[in-house]
Ligand binder design. Structure first.
Ligand code: AMP
Length: 114
């Protein structure tokens, strides 16, 4: 997998507004928020996207979901509701080739997405 801007954020080579970090993942505010709350949750392991997942990543992915749940509660969007988006590949709208979960909330979110 090639170097991405998220690799640099993980290594603290470029700044980010980090809201959570542990040995396996990092969460930070999106630089171009699409909702009042827009946080990206990423694994530290350099996985390109959902299509690149392997069975050995199952526990890591489960962990990411538990972090998302915790952050939604801490950021006060759990009660009102929120959306988790994972773009995959070109037509899926993925622009950074490092797996990331968009945690969006703080306003009513339209459906279907564009
Ligand atoms: P995607 O289009 O699903 O690949 O999402 C990539 C997201 O990364 C976009 O929402 C960008 O606004 C966000 N992003 C890109 N660079 C940065 C950065 N340096 N810090 C925070 N978020 C970023």
């Amino acid at each position: 997998m090639s170097e991405t801007i998220f690799s640099k954020i993980i290594r603290k080579e470029i700044p980010a507004n980090i809201v959570y970090e542990d040995d396996h993942c990092l969460a930070f505010h999106d630089v171009a928020p699409q909702a009042p709350t827009h946080v990206l949750v990423i694994p530290k392991k350099p996985i390109v996207n959902v299509d690149a997942l392997e069975s050995e990543d199952a526990a890591l992915i489960g962990h990411l979901w538990m972090v998302i749940q915790k952050l939604a509660r801490e950021l006060n969007i759990a009660e009102s509701g929120y959306r988790v988006v994972v773009n995959c590949g070109r037509e899926g709208g993925q622009s950074v080739d490092h797996l990331h979960y968009h945690l969006l909330g703080g306003r009513p979110l339209a459906w279907p997405p564009g």
